[in-house]
Design a protein around this ligand. Sequence first.
Ligand SMILES: *Cc1c(COP(=O)(O)O)cnc(C)c1O
Length: 375
Amino acid sequence: MKMSKNPSPILVTQPFLPPLEEFQVYLKDIWDSKWITNNGKFHQDLEKALCEYLGVKYISLFSNGTLALVTALQELRITGEVITTPYSFVATTHSLWWNNIKPVFVDIEPNTFNIDPEKIEAAITPKTTAILPVHVYGNPCNVDRIKEIADTYGLKVIYDACHTFGVDIKGIPVLNYGDLSVMSFHATKVYNTFEGGAIVCHDKATKDRIDNLKNFGFVNGQVVSPGINAKMNEVQAAMGLLQLKYIDGIIENRKKIAELYREKLNGIDGLSYMDDMDHVKHCYSYFPIVISKAIYGKSRDEVYEELVKQNIFARKYFHPLISQFATYRGLESSQPGKMPIAERITEEILCLPIYPDLEEEIILKICNSFKNRFV
Ligand SMILES: *Cc1c(COP(=O)(O)O)cnc(C)c1O
C-alpha cells in the first residue's frame, strides 16, 4: 500500500481531550470510592454544574443522546404521529421508531435548514401528538412560531438540541423552549463526555420521572414503569466536569475558526455559508457550506473528492436525508419531490473541518483551494 504524503488526515472534527493528568485525578477518586455508576458523586455534581452553566432548571444525564430522545418521548407518552425534519442525524427519527411512532417529515427553511414552521400545520392529522424539531448545526429553530402552533393544536414539543451547547436567543437559553430538550455529549459534539446525553426539563416532578425511566423504572425498590437502562456512569460524568472547565475556550476557538472561514470564503461565487443569527449566541458546532454547481462550476461531490486528495475529510452532513434511507423511504412524506428544499440542500451541503485545535494553516489551505476552484 502506498503511504499518503500527508501523514495525518484532517477530519471534519476531533474531540477535545483535557490533559490526561487532570483526568487521572478524577479517576483516582472513582477508584478510591468504588462508586462507578448509579447517580454517583460526579453525576450529581455534573447535573448541578450543567444547570448552572446552561441556565436551565433541571437536567437528567444519560448514557447517550439517542436513549435520551427515546426516553423523552416515553416521558411525555407520545404516540401516533410526530412531525419532524428529514434534515437531521438518523437518531432523531430512530427515537420515534423505537416508540412505535410514525414520523411525518416536513420540509426545512432555506436559510437555517431547520424545520419550516409554516409547513407544519398542513402535516397535522388527528393522530399528531407532538413536534420533534432539531436545532440544526446549533442554529435555533423559530421557537416562538413553533410554540404558537403547538399551543393552537395541543401538541407537545421536544427539541433535538444535540447540536447546541450554551446557545442563547436574546440571552434566553434555547434549551428552555419546548416541553423537553434533548442533548448529546458524543465525542463529535462541542462538549463531550466520550458518549453521553441529557434531557432538560422545567419541573422537579418531570425530572424525577425521567430519572426513574432511565433506571429501569425503579422507585424505592418498586418498578413503576417499564423503564430502560440509560444511566450516565461516573467516568463519563468526571469527563463532563473536566470539559466544563475548558468549554468557554473551546467555543471561543470554534468561533475564531468560523470567522476565519467566513472571511476567506467571502465573495466566492457559488459558495454560501451561514452568518451568525441576530441576537443569538452560537456554539459553532459545524461549519456547513452550500455549493451551487451551476455557479461554482464544481459539484459538492467533486469538491469533496478534491479535498480527499489533499487528505482533508469534510463531511456530507446531512446526506442523504433521513427520509431517503431505506428504513424510512416507504413513508408518504418520504416520497421524492415532497421536500424540495431539503432535497436540494442535501446535494449541495458540505461541512468543513472545525474543532478547537484545527490549525490556521489548514483553514487557509482549504479556503485557497476553494478560491482557486481546485485547479
Ligand atoms: C449526535 C446526535 C444525536 C444522537 O446522539 P448520540 O449521543 O450519538 O446518541 C441525535 N440527534 C442529533 C441531531 C445528533 O447530532
